[in-house]
Design a protein around this ligand. Sequence first.
Ligand code: PEP
Ligand code: MN
Length: 353
Amino acid sequence: MEINNILSWTAQKPLIIAGPCSAETEEQLLNTCQAIVKQTGTNILRAGIWKPRTRPNQFEGVGEVGLQWFSKVRKELKTPIATEVANAQQVELALKYGVDVLWIGARSTVNPFTVQEIADALKGVDIPVIIKNPVNPDLALWQGAIERINKAGIKQIAALHRGFSTFEKTDYRNPPMWQIALELKTAMPDLPLFCDPSHITGKRDMILKVAQKAMDLNYDGLMIETHIEPDKAWSDASQQVTPIRLGEILKELVIREKTSDDPDFRDHLVELRQRIDTIDREIVEHLAARMEVVRKLGDYKKDKNVAMFQVDRLLEILQSRSDWAEKMNMNKNFVGLLYKQIHEESIRIQTAR
Ligand code: PEP
Ligand code: MN
């Protein structure tokens, strides 16, 4: 899959996309974007023109007139603009008004029919497309949407991590489940990966922390919802920041380098990685030895006509190993999960014999 680098738009990393959740009025859009451009190092301005709202009778976006305002803003501020498209007609209108970057929202990425409709509308067009993760934590659906857009001939693609919906009560509006985004990056290493801390947190005072985590994980860009008067916003008021606050957030962020110029860095990194390699080798050797004993145990149980799976034994293993982990200052849930998997494999080995 060929993905041109939309990062080449700017030498600076992270790429910053900022602007209001929704275009509301010409004045709100212009004032917000002017302040953003003046006060921050934002590369691309964003605004939602058509808003996918969870329930009806909420503000659903201003529609085409917003594109007229936005294209004026683009001309006046000489800054590229981005908006969300969710069907072929919206793609057509966005292109007509000279929108520079399109994004596909989380509620569209979940639906292959929608993504295909957008992909078909984009055939023969050369425009960067940012693909948000689907609402539900499904990596294949995210990859599938990227592939559909890429197959339509779009080469400039980035993925945007905006968190996932969940039944659980958490501090986040959409818990990040970082592992899913990192798995995407592992499967598609050339794909630029951006983070949207606004939709992940839903709260403006948590945005810096999540944006920093994205920088620690080597993300390539950020999309941050910014509004001239956040509390008066017609959508997503609690997560939007002022342009001044956006400037502060971007200044406070510690940008990690991919590597370091320190002459000792490489040596030290190599040494630490070698230590990890040695320990991992030992872990695998120990697992092999454990499974060898498991095989003997399985044969013995069979010999004595005893069932392979004993729930008491599993519970005892999970409890004791988690307790050991806690005493050794480790995350007991992690070790519990690890032992669930180890035990599953033990039972598979015993019952397969
Ligand atoms: C948005 O960016 O305003 C938006 C609707 O986001 P998401 O698709 O992530 O919910
Ligand atoms: Mn929003």
